[in-house]
Ligand binder design. Sequence first.
Ligand code: SIN
Length: 537
Amino acid sequence: MESQEFDYLVIGSGIAGLLSALHLSRLGRVAILTKREAFESNTNYAQGGIACVMTDEDSIERHVADTLDAGAGLCDERIVRQILTEGPASIEELIQTGIRFSVRSEGDGGGYDLGREGGHTKRRVLHAGDLTGREIQVSLLRAVSANPHITLIEHCMVIDLITTSWLGLDDENRCVGAYVLMRATGKIATMRAPVIVLATGGGGKTYLYTSNPDVATADGVALAWRAGCPIRNMEFIQFHPTCLFHPKAKSFLISEAIRGEGALLVNAAGEPFMHRYDERGALAPRDITARAIDNEMKSTGQACVYLDIRHKTSAFVHTRFPNISRTCKRFGIDIAHDLIPVVPAAHYFCGGVMAGVDGQTVIPGFYVVGEAACTGLHGANRLASNSLLEGAVCARLMARTVAQKTASLFSGKRISLPPWQFHGAVPSDEEIVVEHNWNEVRQCMWDYVGIVRTDRRLDRAARRIRNIRQEIREYYHDYLVTGDVLELRNIAAVAELIIRSAQARKESRGLHYTLDYPGSGAVAKDTVLDDGAGEKI
Ligand code: SIN
């Protein structure tokens, strides 16, 4: 099958991938690989916005303090300060690419219309109505398509990274390329590049209910783990407190910004309940809010709770939240006059591939930026709207490091890359195995590795996922790979990493809450798993 060569391979087409590609295009030829259409990314669905200090009434130190507070003792303070300090420069860069954030009218004082979300003590969330991610995605894709140094390859999926140790060579381990499934033809390309940037986003699809789009299958964490990278803090899965509760809504997100504008969380009796859990009420950080909702639902036997913004004018809510308003209307809910039924759903991975603020991993030439990375910014619970900022800042810092290291990154001896080996695999006549295991992984994670955990639930999940992974290995060995099998293999591998990390943490902290150890230990420690190298299946 074909082989292709670039200077830089960027895997993923959200904010971190597109900005990485734009920066690297100043240094050489870049290919962006993306699983489906390029606009299908978590970024595209981000509603709330991008948190950054934008006024003199706010300060970097305040933003740092809010981030550390949400992170429950596990953020790396040096990294937090660096990313948040670099924030304004990245916002300026986004504006230069044509992104238009919402502004206030002159009558309201002018300037950017800054929103507020849970855990923020100040209004500092830049947004474009409630379609911030869409605005970012469209503008960056426009810049990418106009760039002659970038080749955008859609509908292709990386099977595995090719490293020198994967090839069994004695050299110092480094990344040299990737095997890539071209989904339309089923052919497998060998792509060579001395620098690979992984920006594949998160993996909400590991859980049955998620705010994430279908592409969010934790591919990056699984790829990096198999390539030998340490994976950090995977137990910290952020559940967004408020996704629309409706059988046909696919956990559509109701942005936290709606609570920033005064919406209350109420139970079926119409009573606000958040003050019973935290003095910040509906604007408490997400770990506390999601747990409170879970508790309300379980203790009252109700299937959901409600958001109530009926005290605001119709004109205000429909103008400030046009997309939420339109979507809810499709399901028969007028957000200005009705209660909005909501439930928590898996939303964001705070852990990921251990990486520096510039994306550097333990493998020379291999960088990870955005949600797939764990830089130390989010600790045990991400502060809302810090993630788009992290993606933008880290992509820029990654390109700066790569530019400084170009000579060494491009000096490795040229290795011949063997084509993909099919080992007698045949087309599958048992697709049902994939469908069945896909559902079972997600149901198991939802039931046993969710908002409230116990040792027994985790052990049960570990046993089930171990069996499923064994079946997947056999299937993967016997049949030709497809996109569906690759995604299943990745969600199952990452499910196991989440469970093992959760089992290792004998305390409750941030997003990891277990009835067996309800308190936090005196010292906050990372969970690191470092045994993926050699997992060829
Ligand atoms: C939201 O709009 O509530 C999501 C923002 C985020 O997850 O940072």
